[in-house]
Design a protein around this ligand. Structure first.
Ligand code: SME
Length: 160
């Protein structure tokens, strides 16, 4: 079986709509959360331009622990409240950071990262973890990216 999800859309909302459809297809019928996070990271990595890290941190007993990802090896454990991921977990709010160097406590796993978006993954009031996407370009993530990533997080929250 091959998966060919080459998404080349004219505009950002269309790209995220196609990406969301592809993600729904990719996780459909599979209940293993690691498999679904792994494929999701690969799909997002293949689709979004200008990204250097895409992956998951899981909420394991109130601490974020590295999950499936694409990109350079990353820090393994992040406490709630620490860095962009920890603030997203603590506040349960999307963190869209135009300049990571201006974010107090930002954790630099890859010095190439310049901007970042972190989306909490919540199911039935429980924080499952976060989706983290980094870019080497400052201001890479727009409001359209945020809306698209929130849509992806809704699909992911049911699949992990
Ligand atoms: N920059 C993140 C840490 C995770 S890496 O980007 C993969 C943060 O500050 O939470």
């Amino acid at each position: 079986m091959t998966f060919d999800f080459k998404i080349a859309a004219a505009d950002t909302p269309t790209m995220y709509r196609d990406l969301a459809s592809a993600l729904e297809g990719l996780v459909a019928g599979e209940s293993d959360s690691i498999a679904n996070m792994a494929n999701a990271a690969a799909l997002i990595w293949e689709t979004l331009p200008d990204v250097n890290w895409v992956g998951f941190y899981r909420n394991i007993g109130g601490e974020l622990v590295l999950g499936p990802f694409q990109g350079r090896p990353a820090c393994i454990r992040i406490k709630f409240g620490d860095g962009v991921c920890g603030v997203a977990a603590d506040t349960r709010k999307v963190q869209r950071v135009e300049d990571v160097n201006a974010f107090p406590g930002h954790i630099a796993c890859d010095r190439a990262s310049a901007s970042e978006i972190v989306v909490p993954l919540i199911r039935d009031g429980e924080l499952l973890g976060v989706l983290d996407i980094d870019s080497p370009r400052a201001g890479r993530f727009t409001e359209e990216d945020e809306a698209g990533c929130v849509r992806l997080s809704e699909i992911l929250s049911k699949a992990i």
